[in-house]
Design a binder for this molecule. Structure first.
Ligand code: ADP
Ligand code: ZN
Length: 525
């Protein structure tokens, strides 16, 4: 076990082979490792399953001292440390159930250099006693996992994370690597700033998972539709995500009645049952897991062949993360989202009830999710544009690509919208922009002087709803962006300049010509 480390001249690839048994790095992993080894602060955006762990674990092995890994969930730490032990790597994690004696032992092993990685929650990290301990060890690296938790723009904001900038203040010479699977553009910028990083190297891996097919189905008769889908996929493993605990249980019961090998999983279950259920799924003893979002965090099962969303997730980050649990082996996998407006209404009620500080942001994110479900353009383009990735051609592996909608050249309309938007200083939200385009004489328009704008009334031949529809589409494809941090003003998206000056054509679908997949697909009864 304690056999020799690779000799000092070893390369990262030698470590990859020796400790992980893989022959070569995936694109980016090696560059990320080199960045860290050169002492540079580094931000890594890589989809779930992309292989983030080795990006900090190999530097941790190669650097002389200790790497502190900040991770939000004990369950995740436990899994990661377990996996490291299996690979013969000395690592430990702190948790509140350990006795102070056990914790002292861990600390001693860190000080003596026996441990290479120590996992810790942000709460623990920020205690005075932990800082005192950190003064005693030879620190090589801080790795901040699930780094989107630091940003209030992210979908999973954790206030404790915002204090992590003290690491840079106290230990300016120790490089930091921040890793996340889900970060839109705002969140990305926020991560580096809030950690106090110094000229970080930023690595963004493609978020495109080609092997996942994308499909949206109407939310009526879900159970019948699911049964039909499952009948086409005998003996495969998959997850059905439900919004409520109750529906995981009732859905599992109904599927069992019909002879399917299904179980349920949610956070309110007895921990033993939960662990057993999860194990059974990993071993393929249970094939169909009806679960809440509590299921899947840190689960590394490569042969999940499909993910079904019984309910629409509340934002695209969550959706992307959940479908990302399918097809981790790279083979084809299917994802299906059941969409009904009732789910949107439920979320809105829940949000209104909880009234979170970032209510507007959460509603806007919900709306983007809804746009994905409503869209009549390539769904992958929508997903990738959400993550600010330019993906010029329709994907061919989503329901819209396979069943194309009738389009017309909407470039001029797009240019009109962009021009009105730019002439008003990219400061107006969608409804006001539409009023300007349609030449409305509302008080807000007159008082704001918007009737003086050159493009005022340039789109008066279209209905308000049509404009709304087209602008949603322009947002979906990345021509326009919603500035969540600027009162939801519309501003130029990554493709705006190409549409204005670069000859890029935009196809639109007239609302009346748009097939209604919701109605259309239910006919197959
Ligand atoms: P993430 O944290 O990005 O979700 P992980 O670090 O858990 O992803 O890696 C996902 C899977 O890919 C793991 O099973 C891991 O062992 C595997 N993996 C990582 N790097 C490589 C590589 N270079 N070659 C082959 N498999 C790899
Ligand atoms: Zn597509």
């Amino acid at each position: 076990m304690l056999s020799t480390n690779p000799p000092l001249t070893s390369t990262p690839t030698d470590y990859l082979k020796r400790y992980y048994g893989y022959d070569k790095f995936r694109p980016m992993q090696e560059a990320i490792i080199q960045s860290i080894l050169s002492g540079r602060d580094t931000v890594v955006l890589m989809p779930t399953g992309g292989g983030k762990s080795v990006c900090f674990q190999i530097p941790a092995l190669m650097l002389p001292g200790l790497t502190i890994v900040v991770s939000p969930l004990i369950a995740l730490m436990k899994d990661q440390v377990g996996a490291l032990h299996m690979n013969g790597i000395q690592a430990a994690y702190y948790n509140s159930t350990q006795t102070s004696r056990e914790q002292r032992e861990i600390e001693n092993d860190c000080i003596s250099g026996k441990l290479k990685l120590l996992y810790v929650s942000p709460e623990k990290l920020l205690t005075e006693s932990f800082f005192n301990f950190l003064q005693l060890v030879n620190l090589s690296l801080f790795a901040i996992d699930e780094a989107h938790c630091i940003s209030s723009w992210g979908h999973d904001f954790r206030p404790e994370y915002t204090q992590l900038h003290v690491l840079k203040e106290q230990f300016p010479a120790v490089p930091t690597i921040a890793l996340t699977a889900t970060a839109d553009k705002l969140t990305r910028q926020d991560i580096a700033t809030r950690l106090g990083m110094n000229d970080p190297a930023i690595f963004v891996d493609s978020f495109n998972r080609k092997n996942l097919s994308l499909q949206v189905l109407p939310g009526q008769n879900r159970i019948q539709q699911i049964v039909r889908l499952l009948q086409q996929k005998p003996n495969t493993s998959g997850i059905i995500y439900c919004l409520s605990r109750k529906s995981t249980e009732s859905l599992a019961a109904k599927l069992q009645e019909k002879g399917f090998n299904a179980a349920f999983y949610h956070a309110k279950m007895d921990p033993d049952d939960r662990a057993k259920t999860q194990e059974a799924f990993l071993r393929d003893d249970v094939r169909i897991m009806c679960a809440t979002i509590a299921f899947g965090m840190g689960i590394d099962k490569s042969n999940v062949r499909w993910v079904i969303h019984y309910n629409m997730p509340k934002n695209i980050e969550s959706f992307y993360q959940e479908i990302g649990r399918a097809g981790r082996d790279g083979a084809a996998a299917q994802t299906v989202l059941f969409y009904s407006f009732a789910d949107v209404a439920t979320y809105k009620e829940m949000l209104a009830e909880n009234n979170p500080a970032n209510l507007g942001l959460q509603l806007a994110k919900l709306e983007r999710m809804q746009q994905y479900a409503d869209a009549h353009t390539c769904r992958r383009q929508i997903l990738l544009s959400y993550f600010s990735e330019d993906f010029p051609e329709p994907c061919g592996n989503c329901d819209v690509c396979r069943d194309p909608r009738v389009t017309f050249d909407g470039t001029i309309l797009a240019q009109k919208a962009l021009s009105a938007m730019i002439r008003t200083g990219e400061r107006v939200p969608m409804n006001l922009l539409i009023d300007i385009l349609r030449g409305s004489r509302s008080q807000q328009i007159i008082q704001g002087g918007y009737d003086q704008v050159k493009t005022y009334g340039a789109g008066k031949d279209l209905r308000f709803e049509d404009w709304r529809n087209y602008i949603h589409h322009l947002i979906n494809v990345g021509v326009i962006e919603i500035a969540y941090d600027q009162h939801y003003a519309l501003r130029r998206g990554i493709l705006a300049d190409q549409v204005l000056y670069g000859g890029r054509k935009i196809d639109l679908v007239r609302p009346d010509d748009a097939p209604k997949p919701v109605v259309e697909k239910t006919k197959t009864k």
